[in-house]
Design a protein around this ligand. Structure first.
Ligand code: SF4
Length: 680
């Protein structure tokens, strides 16, 4: 690190969607918080505090690598880029533009993601996606369809005013720690009710007044039963229903068939507990829903979120401060990567690729019209590797660890003619690449990111990339210059942001300078002074005054579970992040008990002769892992829990790749497995 100049400047944490302000601190030689738009008192969590270790890490890639005789060997940028150019030109000329695919990155900047999706479309394919597909694509699909915007309806600031929080399938105490500690917890300590829907007890549950330990895969029966209680006990908001909601009669008729007790038992919760929770939500003057991957990562994820939207509409908890439906986004720019069009079915601003007017509008700025056929999603692309897709660029993602059914994904990655990985480290995906390009870390780049409550914030370089590593935006622009006929010769974040503003209506009124060290929030139309905080106040973002109530039927989980099997569900812990490509390399965020164990209920453990801290084999038809058992009543009977942060144990060997029919999100939260003592 000694050979790199360092100038501490205000930038944004590279990890979760909270978007805390961090910067380099010379006295501690580590990252510290500054009073950013979200962490106004400079607070940061353990991941943010160790973020500098990644920048300065000895395993950073510092020169390009190409595969020669089966081995990755160092080379020059010119040779690496020539290899990519010739391979991609050959593949596209032989098999057409849809024979290549691009994985954008939801922890890289808006400008980088924008350039990558434009590059793909300039080649002539919509095969571009980002890992928002794996976390909240179902949430975005449901909210966009019913409300007109796939994002938090409210702001962190106004959500302090809620009288009740319904947190469904999320664990913000560990996964979004600064939101929890600085926004939710003070309200809870002041009397706000917390209802937690989660199959296991965790740090969020410990602050809850109501806990609904739902059976994975049975959220819809639970939510429909809550809706029935609200309707039966006349806890609805009559004025809101009359003015802003359609479909009440049909929805009432649908709920007549719902038996609250039966649904509660199906969902694995006590009927009385469910009734109390429904009353607590509906009785509150202002009630806010937070939703996470426990809801969205199912083969019925879109329907799960549709069911939640029904609760908000029935009770008039939309369009006011302290209310709404608020997805807690995972990575620091997962919202922005979608906003700028790194998705196979929409252009920047969520305008459908099949919409001729939308294509014409971007063509006016880009100078070419994007293809009109939706591309493949991330999981669909992996299934086509070696089949219809022969070349792929994977930017800042690690699908060899994060995609479901990982054994299959690894086999298919190996079948590509040309796999290009742009990353910081030789990840489990990069190890399989034909060309590896060394990119830039959070502390080396400028540009913008968009956090979970729609705030666009600026990143600023604190130092330069190490060795021969280059800025990601410059690398992507270079690829654009080489692989397309379109000009990508301006790799300045401010210029790219200006172009984003011109094609993305929600960002039209923003300015790079105007963001400064604060933030600007979308939607920010041209000609107004500031972005809009609470959405859907007088009308929905869909342009309609009303949204419909919708009957949502339960769909059985994909994996049938025999008497001998248990249901595996997955999640995160505070000290690790996603595939662990960054956090696993931290010397401080060492493995802690809970990181990589299998939580199993004492009754399930006893039946199988499993002792606490013993090594167990977890298996199904897709693969197997060995892992340490954590015998604990924190997890409900019949369900086991593991994190997905590790390449060993690689829990995604066990998860299924059946897709939600609308959002194409895979089923991560319900996999049938056998759990047995490992033979000694
Ligand atoms: Fe970074 Fe999220 Fe922690 Fe804030 S809460 S420091 S954004 S990981």
């Amino acid at each position: 690190m000694a050979d790199r100049p360092i100038e501490p400047r205000k930038t944004v944490c590279p990890y979760c969607g909270v978007g805390c302000g961090i910067t380099y601190d010379a006295s501690s030689e580590s990252a510290i918080g500054w009073n950013g738009p979200v962490n106004t008192r400079r607070e940061i969590c353990p991941k943010g505090a160790t973020a500098w270790e990644i920048v300065d890490h000895e395993e950073r890639l510092t020169e390009p690598l190409v595969r020669e005789s089966g081995e990755l060997v160092p080379t020059s940028w010119e040779t690496a880029l020539d290899r990519i150019t010739s391979s991609f030109e050959r593949i596209v000329s032989e098999s057409g533009p849809d024979s290549v695919g691009f994985f954008a990155s939801s922890n890289c900047t808006n400008e980088e993601n924008y350039v990558l999706q434009k590059l793909a479309r300039a080649i002539g394919t919509n095969n571009v996606d980002n890992c928002a597909r794996l976390c909240h694509s179902s949430t975005v699909a449901a909210m966009r369809e019913r409300f007109g915007a796939g994002a938090m309806t409210n702001t962190l600031e106004d959500l302090r005013e809620a009288d009740a929080y319904l947190v469904a399938g999320a664990n913000p105490a560990e996964q979004h720690p600064i939101i929890f500690r600085s926004y939710l917890l003070p309200a809870i300590q002041n009397g706000t009710t917390l209802i937690h829907v989660d199959p296991r007890e965790n740090d969020t549950t410990r602050k809850a007044t109501h806990h609904l330990p739902v059976r994975p895969g049975y959220d819809i029966p639970l939510i429909n039963a809550a809706a029935k209680v609200i309707l039966e006990e006349e806890l609805t908001d009559g004025a809101f229903l009359a003015d802003r909601v359609t479909g009440l009669d049909a929805f009432t008729a649908f709920l007549e068939e719902v038996d609250v007790d039966e649904n509660a038992r199906l969902a694995g919760v006590e009927p009385a507990t469910l009734r109390d929770a429904a009353r607590a939500y509906a009785d509150a003057e202002r009630a806010a829903i937070f939703t996470g991957m426990g809801m969205s990562q199912h083969h019925c994820g879109t329907d799960n979120v549709h069911a939640l939207l029904n609760l908000a509409l029935l009770t008039g908890n939309v369009g006011r401060r302290g209310t709404g439906v608020n997805p807690l986004r995972g990575q620091n720019n997962v919202q922005g990567a979608g906003d700028v069009g790194a998705l196979p079915n929409v252009l920047p601003g969520y305008r459908d690729v099949i919409d001729a007017d939308a294509r014409e509008d971007v063509a006016g700025v880009w100078g070419f019209e994007p293809p009109d056929r939706p591309g493949l999603t991330e999981v669909e692309m992996t299934h086509e590797f070696g089949e219809s897709i022969h070349g792929a660029v994977i930017f800042g993602e690690n699908p060899a660890v994060t995609e479901p059914n990982a054994n299959r994904v690894r086999d298919q990655l190996d079948r590509l003619d040309c796999l290009v990985v742009l990353d910081l480290f030789l990840t489990e995906t990069a190890e399989r690449a034909d060309v590896v390009l060394p990119g830039s870390a959070w502390a080396e780049k400028g540009g913008t990111v968009t956090n979970t409550d729609r705030q666009v914030m600026r990143m600023r370089p604190n130092t330069e990339p190490p060795g021969e590593a280059r800025l990601d935006l410059a690398v992507l622009c270079d690829l654009g210059q080489r692989l397309t006929d379109v000009s990508f010769d301006d790799a300045e974040p401010a210029s790219v942001f200006e172009e984003i503003r011109r094609v993305l209506p929600q960002y039209a009124g923003m300015s790079y300078e105007g963001i400064g060290t604060g933030s600007q929030r979308w939607p920010f139309p041209d000609g107004v002074d500031e972005g809009i905080g609470v959405l859907h106040t007088d009308q929905f973002e869909s342009g309609r005054k009303t949204a419909e109530l919708r009957a949502i039927d339960h769909v059985d989980p994909v994996d049938p579970v025999s008497d001998e099997e248990l249901v595996l569900t997955t999640g995160r812990v505070i000290q690790q992040f996603n595939s662990g490509a960054l956090t696993r390399r931290s010397g401080t965020l060492v493995r802690m008990r809970g990181d990589d164990v299998l939580q199993i209920h004492p009754d399930d453990a006893e039946r199988r002769g499993i002792a606490d801290e013993s090594t167990v084999r977890v298996a199904n038809g897709r693969g197997e892992v060995t892992v340490e058992a954590d015998v604990t009543p924190a997890i409900r009977r019949g369900t086991v829990f593991a994190t997905f942060h590790y390449a060993d144990p690689l829990v995604n060997r066990l998860t299924g790749d059946t897709l939600d029919p609308v959002a194409k999100i895979p089923e991560y939260k319900h996999s049938a497995v056998t759990v047995s003592v490992t033979p000694s």
